[in-house]
Design a protein around this ligand. Structure first.
Ligand code: BES
Ligand code: MN
Ligand code: ZN
Length: 490
């Protein structure tokens, strides 16, 4: 989508659609007030009569409003002014985006960032509005062509703001690119989006940006490194496992990189510890962590942030087969630590432990893994937040505040050593499952054993990365949180 800034007085702006917000029982603000004045109070009248609904997220399309050059005016309800938080603002923008996506108009002039939200800047509101329009505009078309109708996606949005806010649009384009990349990778079926496809996608990104390089380790190279935990997971599959390593150089060589590690299980059948049939198709989203780190990495390259970033994807398919790893197997990880497998469905931590060990060779300033690691994450926080775990309070705080700022929220759970006993094994240094209590935390504790001297955090996005049930698909989360985190590193 093309974004521009345009400070033409809103009543003179020739556009297919002006987009404004209106609160319940409050005077119209900014552009909405100007339009109302030009229209002789018609807008306020329509609100009063109930023809324009100002309830939060409601949309009303108006035609033939006098005194303005715009063909139409789209009014988005903002609800009660004192309840208008950043989260509510974001939903208002999403609502506008969904409406415009499904309407015949292909361009619009947007004034939503004028709506006051306490604790936010105009830069932030403009960025969020632009990102929301892009996200709403996304349609999955790779294996299903849209039916021909007269609804058209938005191709152009201008915002009523001055050139000083150009940086907000640059950020928005980057962040949206990251989200859309993550959404598309998540939505692609597992017979297309396999480990090799993830590597090809990484190659495309490396081709697109001059300061991005790629290295892809195949099974032979991983064998050399002793990545037996990662390799075990992919053994039952016909698809070769891959370790995908993207490097972005935006700063001096001496500047320590942020290293992002993503779980890229392109399909999680559970392996020999086979998952139940119902909903198994949703396990194509088990590369949601990988998708979001690739997305955030691409966003960073798109914005050319002056930092160094490494993105590592542990890509494998977890399948039952004659060569599958088994419950009872003891694996030696790249770190040398041994792991007793009690359940082949706890595969994410196995691919991640080796990828996290590998990531340490880059001397990271921060090491962050992102994974759809546990069903228990959904029990803990539902779909509203990703779980953040870290022994470093400052790093956890940075991630959580990045999530708040991107409206892609995270929430912290503890990583206390008290939970470590649940991983005790009679036959190895640890087992790969910690039992029923605190399933997300014990998964985090497992990973903590491979990141001991690191400034490390773990994000479990099992609840946030796709919309469960139905056919809504990937949310791209937590690409927004991660992108914001990278922006904040500058
Ligand atoms: N990919 C799943 C986690 C998952 C399950 C995410 C359902 C979203 C929805 C992961 O590999 C897994 O299977 N985890 C097991 C761990 C258990 C065997 C200790 C789980 O959560 O049940
Ligand atoms: Mn699993
Ligand atoms: Zn999994």
């Amino acid at each position: 989508m093309k974004f521009t800034l345009d400070t033409t007085p809103v009543t003179d702006r020739e556009t297919a659609c002006l987009v404004i917000g209106a609160f319940d029982d409050a005077p119209l603000q900014g552009s909405a007030a100007s339009i109302d004045r030009a229209a002789g109070g018609a807008l306020q009248e329509l609100i009063k009569s109930g023809d324009v609904n100002t309830d939060w997220k409601e949309t009303t399309l108006l035609h033939g409003i006098g005194g303005v050059k715009a063909k139409r005016i789209l009014v988005i309800g903002c609800g009660e002014p004192d309840k208008f938080t950043s989260v509510r603002f974001d939903a208002v923008c999403a609502s506008a985006g969904a409406f415009l996506r499904d309407h015949t108009t292909t361009s619009a002039h947007v004034c939503l960032h004028e709506m006051e939200v306490s604790g936010t800047t105009e830069h932030w509101r403009l960025r969020q509005a632009a990102v929301a329009l892009e996200k709403a505009n996304y349609r999955y078309t790779a294996t299903k062509k849209p039916k021909q109708d007269d609804r058209q996606p938005l191709t152009e949005a201008s915002f009523n703001a001055s050139e000083e806010l150009q940086a907000a649009l640059t950020e928005a384009s980057g962040m949206a690119r990251g989200y859309l990349r993550a959404m598309e990778l998540g939505n692609l079926p597992p017979n297309i989006c396999n480990p090799a496809y993830l590597a090809e996608t990484a190659q495309q990104i490396a081709n697109d940006y001059k300061n991005v390089t790629l290295e892809v380790l195949d099974e032979e190279q991983m064998t050399e490194l002793g990545m037996w935990a990662l390799l075990a997971v992919g053994r039952g599959s016909q698809q070769g496992s891959k370790l995908i390593v993207l490097s972005y150089r935006g700063a001096d060589e001496k500047s320590r990189p942020t290293v992002l590690v993503g779980k890229g299980i392109t399909f999680d059948s559970g392996g020999l510890s086979l998952k139940p049939g119902p909903n198994m198709e949703q396990m194509k989203f088990d590369m949601g962590g990988a998708a979001s780190v690739i997305g955030a990495f691409e966003a960073c390259a798109d914005m050319q942030l002056p930092i160094n970033v490494i993105c590592i994807v542990a890509a494998a398919e977890n399948m039952p087969g004659g060569n599958s790893y088994r419950p009872g197997d003891v694996l030696t990880s790249m770190s040398g630590k041994t792991i007793e497998v009690l359940n082949t469905d706890a595969e994410g931590r196995l691919v991640l432990c080796d990828a996290l060990t590998y990531g340490q060779r880059f001397n990271p300033a921060a090491l962050i893994d992102v994974a759809t690691l546990t069903g228990a994450a959904v029990i803990a926080l539902g779909h509203h937040a990703s779980i953040v775990m870290s022994k470093h309070d400052d790093l956890a705080d940075e991630l959580i505040s990045a999530g708040e700022s991107a409206v892609d929220r995270g929430w912290r759970l503890p990583l206390w050593d008290d939970y470590q006993v649940q991983l005790k094994s009679a036959f190895a240094d640890m087992k790969n499952v910690g039992g029923m209590p605190a399933g997300s935390i014990t998964a985090g504790c497992f990973l903590s054993r491979f990141t001991e001297d690191q400034r490390w955090a773990h994000i479990d996005c099992a609840g946030s990365t796709w919309v469960w049930g139905g056919d809504k698909g990937s949310t791209g989360r937590p690409a927004g949180l991660l992108t914001q985190f990278l922006i904040d590193r500058v």
